[in-house]
Design a protein around this ligand. Structure first.
Ligand SMILES: [Cu+2]
Length: 146
């Protein structure tokens, strides 16, 4: 191969590399469908959402917080006969690759304590989720009627 051809091959490779538009990297861990029940200032409410793990490694939920609440804790609702109990969950299993952590009515949920202001329908509640690997995720939960 002559010197000239090599230069040309390199130039073409350079053009291809630069001309290719970088595809948007898929979000590694995503929050879907976050919503929270409307409630008055000072009260307790519940938030629901789904965390989807798109990474190749398990992701472990650690905690959540909101600037509009004193405390945000993971709870589980359990129905025993006609009694409904809620228990704080200190730990949940890691979310496997491709799997989700689903927080839904009558099941796991985020207990949002002592709202610093009223949450009205149409409003949003900012939430920050933290994970064991140090990753944090921001979400805005849409306020829905109770
Ligand atoms: Cu609860």
């Amino acid at each position: 191969m002559s010197q000239r051809v090599i230069v040309r091959v390199i130039a073409v490779a350079f053009v291809i590399a630069c001309g290719r538009s970088e595809p948007a990297a898929p979000p590694a861990v995503e929050v879907h469908g976050a919503w929270v029940r409307a409630a008055d200032s000072g009260l307790v409410t519940a938030a629901y959402l789904t965390v989807v793990n798109h990474t190749a490694a398990p992701v472990k939920y650690k905690g959540a917080s909101s600037p509009l609440a004193t405390d945000v804790a993971l709870h589980e609702t359990m129905v025993m006969g006609d009694m409904v109990h809620m228990t704080p969950l200190d730990t949940v299993p890691a979310i496997a690759p491709g799997d989700s952590l689903v927080l839904a009515e009558g099941a796991k949920h985020l207990m949002v304590s002592e709202l610093r202001r009223r949450l009205s329908v149409g409003d949003t509640l900012p939430l920050t989720l933290t994970f064991a690997d140090g990753r944090t995720l921001s979400a805005r939960a849409a306020v829905r009627s109770p």
